[in-house]
Design a protein around this ligand. Structure first.
Ligand SMILES: Cc1cc2nc3c(=O)[nH]c(=O)nc-3n(C[C@H](O)[C@H](O)[C@H](O)COP(=O)(O)OP(=O)(O)OC[C@H]3O[C@@H](n4cnc5c(N)ncnc54)[C@H](O)[C@@H]3O)c2cc1C
Ligand code: SF4
Length: 838
């Protein structure tokens, strides 16, 4: 094991006069604490090093539920991508676990053999899924049985999605009917899996609500097709080497292919225990978030126990992060964290749920106001003590949430007519509630945004809802607070909230929709991304988020007239390979129509051997993927392969999957392989707003899965071909719509090109065809593309031909790098487990 000691001598020699701040845990609390520290001038005071045992930047864990259900892509939930750390001068050891702290020498020992000294240390190690003891959870070798999942990390979520998407997996059991369990059940249901929830409590979400609310929630959950077993315990996971079912204590076994354990969380305290820090239920901290009896060690988030409480929601950790930052930076040494009153507002399994304080009366004198309408899934209950609200549950209708949160947080006197707490009957309406909200009242729990932050943005001149959301991140988490965010923005703007024009911009940095943007580019003869910014961006300011979209649009419009600027490309497009989780790349040689030769196979095998390629994998698009290639080796790998790229990486036309077709298959009526090869040859490398995956099948048995492709072609009786558009079988599943039935392969190629050109010209940036086709409507597409109702068919064909003609094989750059650093490694590499190949 190597040992790298970043010695105190280095500091004494005056190289960096700043104190060393080390943070263990790069989750929501750790990263937020660092953000708060930076906001208080921390970058001048500290050189910051972070350890996170997940190999990523910091992401919004709350959004994992949306990733599981396919409503959100995992790429979109990052709060701080790797570039953020670089931009802020933070050294991030991603994928590295801190194992132990030497509190006396002030060193952190980590799994990569590094010894990192600190002056101030923050522990933010969060929690992990709790796996309750039950038989059969593990294999004899000691690992968790294949098919059993926790629900805590992005990796857990990805694995669940891929397991759920395998055809033969049909049934899941979720253990735990709390917030996480219901989210998991809802997410799996979206993949068409039959789900049963087993909950040991007598009603769902028993920690957040009473039995009556639980009963209404149960109806809403069952209405989604999810089975519910309350008052029931799982005693064993069945199956020898994979899951086949679960046993319950008092009910018959349930057969299933996967088990999700969402039976609570346990704080990650191993590092603290091993290092001799005080740990009870979690790491014990004082009101300054300082670990008890330590001068230089702080802790924050779910790994913390403060005044006996351990929290499992984000709102408390935002409050903790502020107090911690004030102390660490010395900006307010009197700041104290006194604990949080947890009000939960969530969207659980698509149902609005809000809960605060107690769920039912505890004293004889407590008033309990209840409204229940199970058929609509609505339940509201409020507990009042001494004319103050001490608890509330809202299910299915959260319109009174702002007012009730306020009443709960500040102990406001309540109206005599208690029913007005539940309904708007003339007493405190939404506006009054918002006006009365305290400046520091949390509006968005997911991202820790208070009322003042939103009001400040509006006062600073932003009067659109989307603008205020962008500037503060409010409403960009689970989305359950959007109504409240809107109310606050409207109130702050005096009712003058404007329609957000940015919603229609093609890219965020240029205030034009796509047709207007294309018009300006043509009129002004703009040919590069920087020229577009210069001419059309406010103040000619370049916007990093807009570059890729603009580069793709210009390339589509101008073909070989486009002036390529490397910094306008995403890393994949700069090196023509697909960046992987660990910072290496995967190289996919072209195999048109999935057809290869002995010679190609031999060459690929030789290259794999020569470059010690750790994994060779057949892709879903019928190609061979060489995974784990370091960036600096890419030119040599390409040179050795001497095959063109299979375009597995870009927002572009990618591949045409084909079936065997009529030459070899007994059923085939059309030569699908040949047609697939022709289409792939013609459109290779073509830029588009999002990736395009195609398929051709030789008969309606559809072995190439043509009905779920961006463009799918199926040979039918009489030598004819059906063309389907807008299909998908990834995170979203959609059967394509029939565009046309034609008589010859030539017509297929023509209409395919025409459809793709129309899509390229009219789709929003990153809009896949499965969204574009239903948005525009298949009837309209058929009229324009097949019947030429707008008289533009010829223009579309011509534009497509120009793009085809301007094709240049990008792999040629291996011999002549476009920039000195094009193939120099720049990303930290993470050691990933090797896939065993038997
Ligand atoms: C699916 C899901 C949905 C949720 N929904 C909601 C919701 O709707 N509302 C809400 O308020 N809360 C919700 N939560 C809870 C919320 O995500 C947590 O409260 C929050 O993430 C806690 O932040 P943390 O930083 O303390 O822990 P984490 O975010 O878990 O971060 C801790 C990090 O430290 C790393 N780590 C641990 N030990 C080490 C070590 N020794 N060395 C290096 N790194 C280490 C961990 O791998 C992890 O990346 C949800 C959680 C999940 C999993
Ligand atoms: S789709 Fe038809 S032609 Fe193609 S392989 Fe399947 S059965 Fe054969």
């Amino acid at each position: 094991m190597t040992s790298v000691l970043d010695t105190p001598r280095a500091r004494k020699t005056g190289r960096d006069p700043r104190r060393r701040l080390v943070v263990i845990g790069n989750g929501m609390a750790g990263a937020r604490a660092v953000e708060e520290i930076l906001a208080r001038g921390g970058a001048e005071q500290f050189s910051i090093t972070m350890f996170g045992d997940e190999p990523y930047g910091n992401y919004n864990r709350i959004m994992l539920s949306h990733v599981l259900s396919g409503e959100e892509s995992d790429a979109d939930i990052f709060l701080n991508p790797l570039a953020w750390y670089q931009d802020n001068g933070i050294t991030l050891h991603a994928g590295v676990r801190a194992d132990r702290i030497d509190r006396f020498a002030k060193h952190v020992f980590s799994s990569d053999g590094r010894v990192t000294p600190y002056d101030t240390l923050i522990i933010a190690t969060g929690s992990r899924s709790h796996m309750p003891p039950m038989d059969g959870l593990h294999t004899p070798a000691g690992s968790v049985k294949p098919g059993v999942f926790g629900f805590r990390t992005i990796d857990d979520t990805r694995k669940m999605v891929s397991h759920a998407q395998q055809d033969h997996h049909r049934r899941a059991v979720v253990i735990g009917g709390g917030l996480l369990g219901l989210e998991a059940a809802y997410g799996l249901r979206s993949h068409g899996i039959d789900v049963e929830v087993v909950h040991s409590g007598n009603h769902l979400m028993s920690a957040q609500m009473g039995p009556d609310g639980g009963a209404v929630l149960r109806r809403s959950v069952q209405a989604l097709g999810i089975g519910v077993h309350t008052g029931s315990r799982t005693t064993a996971v069945l199956g020898t080497d994979r899951v086949t079912g679960v046993s319950l204590r008092d009910k018959p076994d349930i057969a299933c292919d996967m088990v999700v354990v969402a039976a609570g969380i346990r704080p990650n305290v191993d590092v603290a225990v091993l290092s001799g820090l005080p740990v009870e239920r979690a790491i014990v901290v004082d009101d300054q978030l300082r670990v008890q009896d330590e001068d230089n060690i702080y802790a924050v988030g779910e790994c913390v126990q403060h005044r006996g409480e351990v929290y499992g929601l984000v709102a408390p950790l935002w409050e903790q992060a502020v107090v911690l930052a004030k102390h660490v930076t010395g900006t307010d040494t009197g700041a104290a964290y006194l604990g949080s009153r947890t009000a939960t507002k969530l969207k659980v399994a698509g149902v609005d749920v809000a809960s605060m304080g107690i769920h039912g009366p505890e004293l004889d004198t407590d008033e309990h106001i209840v409204f229940s309408e199970p058929s609509r899934g609505v339940f509201k209950s409020i507990v009042v003590r001494d004319n103050k609200m001490v608890g509330a549950t809202l299910l299915g209708d959260s319109r009174k949430l702002a007012y009730l949160t306020q009443a709960f947080d500040r102990g406001l006197p309540l109206p005599e007519e208690r029913h007005s707490l539940l309904f708007d009957l003339g007493t405190p309406d939404g506006d009054v509630g918002v006006a009365e909200l305290d400046d520091h009242a949390q509006v968005c729990n997911c991202n820790g945004v208070n009322k003042k932050a939103l009001v400040d943005v509006v006062k600073g001149g932003c009067t659109t809802l989307a603008g205020a959301m962008d500037a503060t991140r409010a409403g960009k988490g689970c989305g359950s607070c959007k109504l409240l965010v809107q109310q606050v923005v409207e109130w702050a703007a005096g009712g003058a909230v404007e329609e957000d024009p940015a919603a229609s911009y093609y890219v965020p940095g240029i205030p034009l929709d796509k047709p207007a943007l294309m018009d300006e580019i043509r009129k002004r003869g703009l040919r590069s991304v920087s020229q577009v910014f210069q001419a059309l961006a406010p103040g000619s300011t370049e916007d990093a988020r807009s570059k890729m979209g603009l580069a793709s649009l210009l390339k589509m419009m101008l073909g070989d007239q486009y002036i390529d600027e490397r910094d306008a490309r995403f890393i994949n497009d700069r090196v023509h390979a697909n960046i992987q989780r660990d910072g290496t790349f995967s190289v996919v040689p072209q195999m048109k129509g999935g057809v290869t030769s002995a010679q190609q196979l031999r060459r690929i095998a030789d290259v794999a051997e020569k470059h010690n390629v750790p994994l060779i994998k057949l892709t879903g698009g019928q190609r061979i993927d060489l995974l784990g290639i370091p960036k600096e080796d890419l030119p040599q790998v390409w040179a050795d392969l001497d095959m063109p790229s299979g375009y597995a990486y870009g927002k572009s036309f990618r591949t045409v999957k084909t079936c065997v077709g009529k030459d070899f298959c007994r059923y085939g009526t059309g030569d699908s392989t040949m047609l697939g090869i022709d289409i792939e040859s013609r459109f290779q490398g073509l830029e588009s707003p999002a990736k395009l995956k195609l398929a051709v099948s030789g008969c309606p048995r559809n072995c190439a899965e043509s009905l779920v492709k961006d463009v799918g072609v199926v040979a039918v009786e009489g030598g004819r071909w059906e063309i389907y558009v807008g299909g998908a079988a990834g995170a979203h599943i959609r059967k394509g719509d029939l565009l046309a039935t034609v008589d010859s392969p030539g017509e297929v190629t023509l209409l395919t090109g025409r459809f793709m050109q129309y899509y390229r010209e009219h789709a929003n940036w990153l809009e896949r065809t499965y969204s574009f086709v239903p948005r525009v409507g298949i009837d309209h597409l058929r009229a324009v593309i097949v019947d030429n109702s707008e008289g533009i068919a010829g223009d579309l064909d011509q534009a497509m031909q120009a793009s085809v003609d301007s094709y240049v094989d990008p792999w040629r750059e291996r011999d002549d790098p476009q920039t000195p650093g094009q193939f120099r490694t720049s990303l930290p590499l993470t050691v990933l487990p090797q896939v065993q190949v038997r």
